[in-house]
Write a protein that binds this ligand. Structure first.
Ligand code: PRX
Length: 629
């Protein structure tokens, strides 16, 4: 499974393209299967369906936990770094994690949770979040983790989309110097979620919460009564493992479904290779488990490899902007994986913060979630990696389940700000607007993938048609990523950003339509149009053009009210950075908003708006520009 040289990478890549089934079967056979698979792959991108190892049976937790009990039972699996730097870090060894997962599995079973049931998890970054995720996987329940920063409305939308039976949460959360209500938000969400029968509440902040008789239970009390013996549920490789909601260009977020076998094989393989993980290394992924990065490279990928994974509850700027560097020293972190937004924001605090910090344990650095600009890349390389740690700029998506285009640490020759080369099993192709392949090097196009890899999205929960149209209809026969991409003279890939109506705000994916819908819920708002614009720290910011019913009495106050509305409907991460009140939007005669123009105005490029002759009322543009100046 392990690639040790550039030549081995090229050999693995060639085999993965020429004989994909043989390639992945060999890797899959390194895992424990309850019933071995005989079929490797069955697929069609035309009438979308992909099945890997479909007649095999396994359980991902048997591979992520039980398998290591024979070899490294007393090694750390998860190292929990609490929000307060002075608080004791808690280590869970593989033996301890296994026992706690088994206990919580029994807690879920006692509540009637069965294979195939959906479980919503809304928790801060504490070990119990990972335990809850793994317990679901152990009994075959489908976890749907909702990022702890989402609003009650977002939680209930997600619960209702997949009809979750149970919600797991905490009383509250601590992030930096803030205490955040969690149970209260869940209570609000559950006012409109008839499918939920039970809520399990872990104590974190000891803030008073209302516990509803017959519905709400304390985690601690239930765990205390549970046995630590729970056999893993035999799962077919193609049984769903989890749902994770993500934003697209239209409609509400969709539930991306990943299945057990392929996801296991691919996350384990990519973790081991890209980060070149060696036994005993300490791996620190700063992502929240509420996002795909946390699922794949804080929980599953590392644990499948018997790795030590750091789980950090707090934020990078508490108590000060040196927190990540202190954690690296405290836990002797060898591999550090974070997002460009964090790098840019920490860069902004100046190099003084780094004085006296001991970063000598670091060997590999990683970047994920958004394009990393060259300046940030250089700073990361020089100041954090001390000039001698390779940076793996990993491009992938919620839908891909695992890393797709990325250097292999210390093996792939790097180029700043390039995701470099496709990993084995990944066959990228660039196409023009008409879906025609753009061959050769030194070209730009829309990034598609032409062959399935084991952790490709299987469906969007409850709506397979939506999955087909979103990913497989723009360019028939290809998986369309939604990203623009450049392939340079050396065949190296550089992701240039989304080409659809999805924004990337601090590495968080947010649809323009979602924000517009939220803004439109504010009283007095008639219509709005939202676009992304370049932002020094966040990568992209949100720019909203808003038409109100009457001229507002106090623009600033109305702006604040709109922000509060967006935070309530989606969550604080979707709050626009700029709101411009306008009297009209640039629409074509058929009523379509020309976002191209709005993007240019948001970028401050008033001189190059292109052809505006197809607009219903071209004078709208002048008044928008006047308002933006
Ligand atoms: O636009 C790409 C960007 O993030 C999108 C996927 O977002 P999400 O599903 O939330 O997953 C983020 C974590 C994997 C992509 O379509 N993106 C992700 N990684 C990179 C990136 N853009 C440039 N470089 C990357 N390394």
């Amino acid at each position: 499974m392990r690639i040790n040289s550039l030549q081995e990478y090229h050999e693995a890549y060639s085999l993965s393209v020429e004989k994909p089934e043989e390639f992945w079967a060999n890797i899959a056979n390194e895992f424990d299967w309850i019933k071995p698979f005989t079929k490797v792959l069955d697929w069609s991108f035309d009438d979308y369906s992909v099945k890997w190892f479909e007649d095999g049976q396994m359980n991902i937790t048997a591979n992520a936990l039980d398998r290591h009990l024979k070899t490294i039972p007393d090694q750390a699996a998860i190292v929990y770094e609490p929000n307060e730097p002075g608080d004791e870090a808690i280590t869970l060894t593989y033996r301890q994690l296994h026992a706690r997962v088994c206990k919580f599995s029994n807690v879920l079973k006692a509540q009637g949770v069965k294979k195939g049931d959906r479980v919503c998890i809304y928790m801060p970054m504490i070990p119990e979040l990972a335990i809850a995720v793994l317990a679901c996987a152990r009994i075959g329940a489908i976890h749907s983790v909702v990022f702890g920063g989402f609003s009650a409305q977002s939680i209930s939308d997600r619960i209702n989309d997949s009809l979750c039976k149970i919600v797991i949460t905490t009383d509250g959360a601590v992030r930096g110097n803030k205490t955040i209500p969690m149970k209260e938000t869940v209570d609000d969400a559950l006012l409109s979620c008839p499918s939920v029968e039970t809520v399990i509440v872990k104590t974190r902040t000891k803030t008073p919460v209302s516990m509803l008789k017959g519905r709400d239970l304390w985690w601690e009390e239930e765990e205390a009564q549970a046995s630590a013996d729970c056999a893993p549920e035999p799962m077919n490789a193609e049984d769903p493992l989890f749902i994770l909601y993500t934003s697209g260009s239209t409609g509400k977020p969709k539930g991306v479904v990943h299945t057990c076998g392929g996801y296991m094989v691919y996350t384990a393989y990519t973790f081991a290779n890209v980060f070149q993980y060696n036994p005993g290394d300490v791996f620190f992924c700063t992502a929240d488990i509420g996002w795909i990065t946390g699922h794949s490279y804080l929980v599953y990928g590392p644990l499948l490899n018997g790795a030590i994974s750091v789980l950090f509850e707090g934020i990078p700027t508490y108590p000060d902007a040196g927190r990540f560097w202190d954690i690296i020293k405290r836990h002797q972190v060898n591999i550090f994986y974070t997002a460009p937004t964090a790098i840019r924001s920490l860069m902004g605090f100046g190099d003084e913060v780094l004085e006296g910090k001991d970063l000598s344990s670091l060997r590999v650095l990683g970047s994920v979630g958004e394009p990393i600009n060259e300046e940030a890349w250089q700073w990361y390389h020089e100041k954090i990696g001390q000039g001698n740690c390779p940076i793996v700029d990993t491009w992938w998506q919620t839908e891909t389940g695992g890393l797709m285009i990325s250097p292999i640490a210390g093996i792939t020759p790097l180029k700043p700000a390039f995701a470099t080369l496709p990993l084995p099993g990944v066959q990228p192709i660039l196409v023009d607007e008409n879906g025609k392949e753009i061959e050769g090097n030194g070209v730009n196009g829309n990034l598609c993938i032409k062959y399935p890899w084991p952790s490709i999205i299987r469906t969007t929960y409850g709506d397979h048609e939506r999955c087909k149209t979103t990913y497989f209809s723009t360019y028939p026969g290809l998986y369309f990523t939604g990203d623009g991409c450049m392939r340079d003279e050396d065949g190296y890939y550089r992701i240039t950003g989304r080409v659809d109506d999805v924004m990337n705000i601090s590495g968080h994916r947010i649809g323009t339509a979602e924000v517009e819908n939220a803004i439109n819920m504010h009283t007095g708002v008639i219509e709005s149009a939202v676009v992304g614009f370049p932002h020094d720290v966040k990568g992209q910011g949100i720019y909203a053009y808003v038409i109100c019913e009457h001229p507002t009495i106090n623009d600033d106050l109305t702006r604040k009210d709109i922000l509060a509305t967006v935070a309530r409907v989606i969550g604080p991460i979707a709050k626009p950075d700029k709101i411009q009140f306008v009297t009209g939007l640039p629409k074509t005669r058929s009523g379509k908003i020309m976002r191209r123009i709005l993007r240019k105005v948001a970028e401050g490029e008033f001189g190059s708006l292109g052809d505006t002759s197809t607009l219903l009322d071209p004078s709208v543009v002048d008044s928008i520009i006047a308002g933006a100046l």
